[in-house]
Design a protein around this ligand. Structure first.
Ligand SMILES: Nc1ncnc2c1ncn2[C@@H]1O[C@H](COP(=O)(O)OP(=O)(O)OP(=O)(O)O)[C@@H](O)[C@H]1O
Length: 299
């Protein structure tokens, strides 16, 4: 659906985005994670057709985005600081969106501002930061985009509204296969929300993975033995990390759960547990092996 190939962007002498490749499937939620200045906003703007890449291509369904108003109309971008025309209300902004976006849905617009309890006649400039963010979600979702690009969308939203917004996005993804590309500093925030993630650092994508695949591919085992087994116990598995306390081993292991289970049980452990693994732990071990400390990159 979204394909960025070898995209680079330089500001003056500074290369903010370096030879980046990103692939986002239709009807999925892709989290672009990275620390301050990693290049996320620049990449999102290139993908949305707001900024032109110096090198490489960004395409939606095989079509170039920059200089293609017909393609751009299907992609909506919510910046980290929402912008509204001076002195306007939500209702006035809605008239503007209706004139621009062919698929504008007035009924949905009404449902959404009632859902968030926003006064559609109130001046947007007098609303709080969080309310302004809600207003931009209302306008954007009523425009029924095929692709929604969100830059740090949950900043300034309280936990209840944050969940409401996530639920609305998930509904559009499952009901009409909307595609969402979302940037964040926060790995934990993205963990239950995204189908795939890319980790960006100093202009490059270090890592791009499907989360479902990732979670079924890596397991955390806790095993205790009455008598410690020989080296074949560890060498018979793809161990990414191991800690030993007395006769208890905690191992992060790559591979199919069934194969691992058979292998461990064949050594007749006294205690054997498969523990839940957070995305942060998976990243720590996976990226640790390529020389990056995830905690230094994202919270
Ligand atoms: N218009 C510009 N002119 C010059 N430098 C820019 C411009 N836009 C971005 N940069 C630089 O490019 C780098 C990447 O910025 P970008 O905003 O894309 O990062 P980010 O990952 O979104 O950061 P944050 O999480 O802090 O918003 C930064 O060093 C920034 O100073």
């Amino acid at each position: 659906m979204i394909k960025a190939e070898h995209v680079s962007k330089t500001f003056g002498r500074f290369e903010a985005v370096k030879d980046v490749q990103v692939h986002v499937n239709k009807g999925s939620i892709y989290g672009l994670l990275g620390s301050n200045g990693a290049g996320k906003t620049t990449l999102l703007k290139i993908i949305s057709g707001i900024v032109k890449a110096d090198k490489g291509t960004a395409q939606v369904e095989g079509q170039s985005i920059f200089e293609r108003p017909d393609v751009k109309k299907r992609i909506l971008f919510i910046p980290d600081q929402p912008y509204f025309f001076h002195q306007t209300s939500l209702l006035q902004m809605a008239s503007f969106y209706e004139a621009v976006y062919d698929r504008w849905d007035s009924e949905r617009f009404h449902q959404l501002y009632e859902h968030f309890s926003l006064d559609p006649k109130a001046k947007l400039s007098r609303m709080s930061k969080g309310m302004q963010r809600q207003a931009s979600f209302i306008l954007t979702l009523a425009a029924m985009p095929d692709v929604l690009v969100l830059d740090e969308p949950f900043d300034g939203l309280d936990p209840v509204v944050r969940q409401q917004v996530k639920n609305l996005l998930i509904q559009d993804v499952s009901n009409r296969a909307m595609t969402v590309l979302v940037s964040s500093h926060n790995l934990r925030e993205m963990e239950d929300f995204c189908d795939a993630v890319g980790v960006m650092h100093k202009g490059r994508i270090l890592y791009e993975r499907d989360l479902e695949e990732l979670k079924t591919d890596v397991s955390k085992l806790q095993v205790a033995f009455k008598k410690m087994p020989d080296d074949t116990f560890l060498s018979g598995m793809d161990v990414m990390h191991m800690e030993k306390r007395g006769r208890v081993l905690t191992c992060i292991v790559r591979g199919q759960e069934g194969d691992i289970d058979r292998h461990v049980r064949s050594y007749e452990p006294a205690i054997y547990d498969v523990l839940p693994l957070t995305l942060e732990e998976i990243f720590t071990y996976e990226m640790g092996s390529v020389g990056y400390e995830i905690r230094n990159l994202i919270v």
